[in-house]
Design a protein around this ligand. Structure first.
Ligand code: SAH
Ligand code: TYD
Ligand code: ZN
Length: 406
């Protein structure tokens, strides 16, 4: 297996077995076999990029029925509003600015840009969510962004001051084409800003559920800098973000165009000190994850034996890895509640656990709730205080299996 970035040799360090498409929620009457693939992860011995060993065809994941909505969390809505405000005040403060967002989804970020009357274009291949963006006044192009699409946008709209992507770049195996496209599309002096789950946080918290079909890459500053360098970009800023269980926002600019901030050298040094890309570090992570799986299955089996009820909370894409790797089905977790309309009334992929709306959580409350949306724990626990008041207990599995009394 060769690295998708540099063709270097990949060292496999973790394997989660056969997995379904994480966001392919199944209709209850659908008895057909689900698509599945081997979810295994490796690290490149040359450029240090951590990546999946198998690629799922993009059209199988991102299509008109893609259910994920960026607007599903109040914390994330605020996160994207403040990012948009910051871009408006800085990179987009010149005359007639233009910003392109890759993976704009339902337009949560670009809605603020559109409301400010600033020229923008969202690019997203998932038609259903792109329609929601258009309905709120965001200009959107339904396409997979790649080099040819970038050239087309440049021809029709002119160069961009900013290309932005959140939780999208790590979804795209063909980064080569993306980097070429962004290099074409940016004006001289423009910036490419993107934020994705951070390898450092994933290793520290053992958050193995960040590994699933859509998360093809687990970025670090070291691997991003090398990828950028190969395409004439320089990593000029990094910012750690608390959202989604720990992310980094990377800023790239044409080589020599901007002076890198001290944060870049600091994060690179911290990654070196933590030996993030060392196969031994990564194998230790895989060992910890196997322990979490055993602890979680033991806990759930024990609770079932005692007659306690356990429901899932948040039918996240991440939960597909947990459920299918641990072999958890409706016998241990009879349903999961989730606020996303397109997931409700369907079955979670692979595990076939029914998904219900959030109102089902209270009728009646289970004894325990397994929090698959642990990255939104604060927001969810604040909203569900009545569960705690009714004597309910949360189950979390990162950084280890533990109980939280609301
Ligand atoms: N940026 C949003 C959505 C992340 S979900 C947020 O952070 O909440 C990832 C999105 O990327 C999906 O909406 C998916 O349709 C889109 N996507 C996948 N491949 C893409 C590509 N090649 N170009 C643009 N968008 C893509
Ligand atoms: P998220 O963790 O953002 O992403 P992913 O699917 O990529 O792992 O998904 C959060 C899920 O939890 C999403 O399906 C919406 C749901 N959710 C609720 O049901 N209630 C809530 O209060 C919040 C914040 C999310
Ligand atoms: Zn490589």
């Amino acid at each position: 297996m060769a690295c998708r970035i540099c063709s270097g040799r990949l060292h496999r360090f973790a394997d989660f077995g056969r997995q379904p498409i994480s966001d392919a929620f199944v209709l209850p009457g659908d008895t057909g076999e689900e698509f599945s693939f081997d979810l295994a992860v490796g690290v490149c011995e040359d450029c240090t990029m951590v990546q999946l060993l198998n690629e799922v065809p993009r059209e199988r994941m991102f299509h008109d029925g893609y259910p994920y909505l960026s607007s599903g969390s109040a914390v994330m809505r605020e996160h994207f509003r403040s990012l948009a405000d910051r871009l408006l005040a800085t990179e987009l403060a010149g005359p007639d600015p233009f910003v392109v967002e890759l993976g704009c989804n339902d337009g949560t970020m670009l809605a603020t840009i559109a409301a400010a009357g600033v020229r923008h274009l969202g690019v997203d291949p998932s038609g259903g969510v792109a329609d929601l963006a258009a309905a709120r006044g965001v200009r959107v192009r339904k396409d997979f962004f790649e080099a040819a699409v970038a050239a087309d946008i440049l021809a029709f709209e002119g160069p961009a001051d900013v290309v932005y992507a959140a939780n999208t770049l790590c979804h795209i195996p063909y980064l080569d084409s993306i980097m070429k496209g962004v290099a074409t599309l940016l004006r001289p002096g423009g910036v490419f800003v993107f934020e994705d789950p951070y390898l450092g946080d994933i290793l520290e918290r053992a958050s193995f559920d960040q590994i699933y079909d859509e998360h093809f890459y687990l970025f670090s500053a070291t691997s991003v800098r090398e990828t950028a360098r190969r395409h004439g970009f320089e990593l000029v800023d990094v910012e750690r973000l608390p959202v989604h269980g720990g992310e980094v926002r990377y800023t790239l600019a044409a080589r020599g165009a901007r002076t890198p901030s001290p944060a870049v050298a600091e994060l690179l040094a911290a990654e070196e000190a933590a030996a993030l890309a060392d196969p031994r570090t990564l194998r230790a992570f895989a060992d910890r994850v196997a322990g979490i799986r055993d602890d979680l299955v033991d806990l759930l089996t024990g609770l079932r034996a005692r007659g306690a009820t356990v429901h899932g909370y948040g039918a996240t894409a991440k939960s597909a890895t947990v459920l299918n790797y641990c072999g958890i089905g409706p016998d241990l977790v009879p349903h999961i509640c989730d606020s996303t309309p397109a997931k409700q009334g369907r079955l979670a992929p692979g595990s076939r656990i029914p998904v219900r709306g959030p109102e089902a959580f209270a009728s009646p409350y289970p004894d325990y709730a397994l929090l698959f949306a642990w990255n939104h724990a604060e927001e969810i626990m604040a909203k569900e205080t009545a569960f705690r008041d009714a004597g309910g207990t949360w189950i979390l599995y990162v950084p280890d299996v533990h109980l939280v009394r609301g």
